[in-house]
Design a protein around this ligand. Structure first.
Ligand code: SF4
Length: 384
């Protein structure tokens, strides 16, 4: 069987940093900086020449940051480098994350011409006050215009990112955003609960902290999302992701189903066979290091190189697999590890089945609705 690979390309630039964001991204960068970074990325990509000749790239994901902030010629350079170095499948899923206010019709048409066939647009909320509080650069109207431009450019696979549990948000506020999202008929919707991360402006803002919805409200938002989206033909296939049939994100499924991926760019993470590594996260240093010639799999800009032990692999297989609604295949577990999952985890599995957090249906072990809400608790029991 042909080996498969997913590529993640990190573009760490944004127009402005949002108040809740702890991603590796910088606001207010200029063209020169982005050009320098793109060239470093191209050097990194080219350093893999010859190393993946037995592999077909099945998905590519430009994430960030805000990849759509890059001028088209820079994106083209990165794209052409990928095509020079990797064998990209003809029906590869190629996603670009974008934010309203950083694209126009011309760029979107350019994306299509490059072969990008899926876009993921960050809306987060349709409520003006919530958008301002989050520090987003766009308005809902701008988002709608971007959505229309994307459809006009021929995109027929669009994800909308939205958030729940925002400061001051009521179930009824959330319902309005969700209804507006559904009305735009995206093929895919990701909905994440806001997490207050250390080091972000939200973390020290007492007004924000005091106005966060309580657990019951966020739980209601979560249940409401599933029920309402199901009514419109969106199936939850992962804890926070919903799709029309056939539009599940193949790239993200790679992460959740033990697939191989290569992360390119600042701070990007990779998982290739039994090797995990992460790129240097300091911008200037990363750019400098990509000048060093390195022909092996591990590079001078890789940090935290780990050989994944069987024990870690078994745990990760379960943590990630249980995020998906399909869960884990008992048969595939045996094929992967040569061991019966019940021999290792029998007691834990039985406990959570008794508590109605897990269910075994034919060959598949998966979380129940109740289990999804306390998934961290269930998964922590699988640490050997
Ligand atoms: S646009 Fe996204 S990556 Fe950029 S600062 Fe906002 S949340 Fe972070």
């Amino acid at each position: 069987m042909e080996k498969k690979l997913s590529l993640y390309i990190h573009i760490p630039f944004c127009l402005r940093k949002c108040n809740y964001c702890d991603f590796l991204s910088f606001g207010g960068c200029d063209f020169r900086q982005m050009e320098k970074y793109s060239k470093a990325l191209v050097r990194e990509i080219e350093s893999y020449k010859g190393l993946f000749d037995d592999t077909i790239v099945d998905t590519i994901f430009f994430g960030g940051g805000t990849p759509s902030i890059l001028e088209l010629p820079l994106l083209e350079e990165i794209f052409y480098a990928i095509k020079r170095v990797f064998i990209v499948s003809e029906n590869a899923e190629i996603t670009l994350e974008m934010n309203p206010g950083t694209t126009d019709e011309k760029k979107l048409i350019g994306y299509r011409q490059l072969g990008i066939n899926r876009i993921s647009i960050g809306l987060q909320s349709a409520n003006k006050k919530e958008l301002e509080l989050l520090g987003r650069i766009h308005t809902y109207e701008k988002f709608v215009a971007t959505m229309h431009d994307a459809r006009a450019a021929g995109f027929d696979n669009i994800n909308i990112d939205m958030m729940s549990g925002l400061p001051g948000q009521t179930l009824s506020d959330f319902r309005v955003t969700l209804s507006k999202v559904i009305a735009l008929k995206p093929e895919h919707i990701s909905c994440y609960d806001l997490i207050i991360e250390e080091g972000t402006p939200f973390y020290d803002d007492e007004k924000v902290l005091d106005s966060l919805p309580d657990e019951e409200t966020t739980h209601n938002m979560y249940n409401f999302t599933k029920t309402m989206l199901a009514g419109y033909g969106y199936k939850r296939y992962e804890i926070s992701n919903y799709a029309k049939p056939g539009y599940e994100s193949r790239h993200n499924l790679t992460y959740w189903t033990d697939g191989r991926y290569l992360g390119l760019g600042l701070g990007a993470s990779s998982y290739i066979d039994d090797l995990r590594f992460k790129n240097n996260s300091e911008l200037k240093r990363y750019e400098e290091l990509t000048y060093e010639k390195n022909n092996g799999m591990t590079k001078s800009w890789h940090e935290e190189i780990t050989v994944v032990s069987e024990k870690d692999h078994m745990e990760e297989y379960i943590f990630l697999g249980l995020r998906t609604m399909k869960g884990i295949s008992v048969k595939n577990y045996h094929e992967t590890f040569g061991k019966d999952i019940f021999e290792i985890y029998g007691e834990v599995i039985r406990k959570h089945i008794d508590e109605k957090m897990l269910v075994l249906e034919d060959d598949r072990l998966h979380l129940t609705d109740a289990g999804i809400w306390v998934s961290n608790y269930v998964m922590s029991d699988f640490i050997i």
